[in-house]
Design a protein around this ligand. Structure first.
Ligand code: CAA
Length: 292
């Protein structure tokens, strides 16, 4: 993991990263391992992987290369046994202002169709570990869709959620017509998607259920890390099954979802963590999960 530390190419990205936030030396070292990234930063905080979109001049517009990097970072954290949950964030001004309009503006239908344009954005849904989106500032178009692809959304007080694609002569292409309606209801989703306005403030997003917590902007990442850390301290099989089943509830009929749930619940009795968790309760002590 640390093999890239000696690469001279890390000098500039590292100093740029330091200017974004202050890091512990351990986390800076870990970031240095991710020297190939041009548009994101990664670090670990305890058992939490943190991915920060870092294309400030374009308000974190989601160009193709940025998304490839996000997918790679997510995959790496997903495969890392020391990580139990992931936080995805942007800057104080923008989580992400959408797909990169300048990059895609000259695309043709044949290009987009043949190459399945944006198809790779769906890979984030393959991540088994929970992802918390920590959204400050603009989460517009693909930015709102990216946040909704995560499992939990926390928002800074000034976050803005919207689907303005209709203003560009298109529609949302990564979940805005599907996930949004489930989060905010049909009428508001129609308003947002069809008018290209009716953006949600953080408080509105929370009252509608899109967001589960609103905090001051400067506390957002810490708050998300705190929750992610709590999740990461649980038995990972239980956490990942819980995530999978909640997501399944969007796709299968209730009777099938309930059957899956019961089967997974029963399966967990085959784990050492179930024995530890229940024995700890009976013995009035805190459980120590080993992910076995
Ligand atoms: N793509 C490419 N570049 C973008 C961008 C985007 N989505 N959003 C912002 N930028 C760039 C701007 O072009 C500008 O670059 P320059 O300095 O080189 O001109 C820079 O970021 C700063 O932006 P603004 O000057 O516009 O900043 P602002 O504070 O005045 O406005 C904003 C902020 C309201 C978010 C405005 O930038 C905006 O409306 N952005 C576009 C939002 C949008 O339409 N998103 C949907 C994209 S389509 C999509 O996402 C499809 C899908 O479903 C996947």
């Amino acid at each position: 993991m640390f093999r890239n530390l000696i690469s001279p190419s890390i000098t500039k990205p590292l100093s740029a990263q330091k200017s974004v936030r202050s890091f512990s030396s351990a986390s800076v070292l870990r970031q240095a391992a991710a020297t190939n990234y041009q548009h994101i930063l990664t670090e670990t905080r305890g058992k939490v992987g943190l991915v920060t979109l870092n294309r400030p001049k374009a308000l974190n517009a989601l160009c193709n290369d940025l998304f490839v990097e996000v997918n790679e970072a997510m995959k790496n954290f997903d495969e890392d046994d020391n990580i139990g949950a992931i936080v995805l964030t942007g800057s104080e001004k923008a989580f992400a202002a959408g797909a990169d309009i300048k990059e895609m503006k000259d695309n043709t239908f044949v290009d987009t169709y043949k190459k399945d344009f944006l198809g790779h954005w769906a890979k984030i849904s393959d991540v088994k570990k929970p992802i918390i989106a920590a959204v400050n500032g603009y989460a517009l178009g693909g930015g709102c869709e990216l946040a909704m692809s995560c499992d939990i959304i926390y928002a800074g007080e000034k976050a803005v959620f919207g689907q303005p694609e209709i203003n560009l002569g298109v529609i949302p292409g990564a979940g805005g017509t599907q996930r949004l309606v489930k989060a905010v209801g049909k009428s508001r989703a129609m308003e947002m998607v069809l008018s290209g306005g009716a953006n949600l403030t953080a408080d509105e997003a929370q009252s509608l259920g899109l967001v589960s917590k609103v905090v001051p902007a400067d506390q957002l990442i810490d708050e998300a890390i705190k929750t992610a850390g709590k999740i990461a301290s649980k038995s990972q099989a239980s956490v990942q099954m819980g995530k999978e089943l909640i997501n399944k509830s969007f796709e299968v009929p209730l009777s099938a979802g309930l059957r899956w749930e019961r089967a997974y619940f029963q399966a967990l009795f085959g784990t050492a963590d179930q024995k530890e968790g229940m024995n700890a309760f009976a013995e009035k002590r805190k459980p120590t999960f080993t992910n076995n």
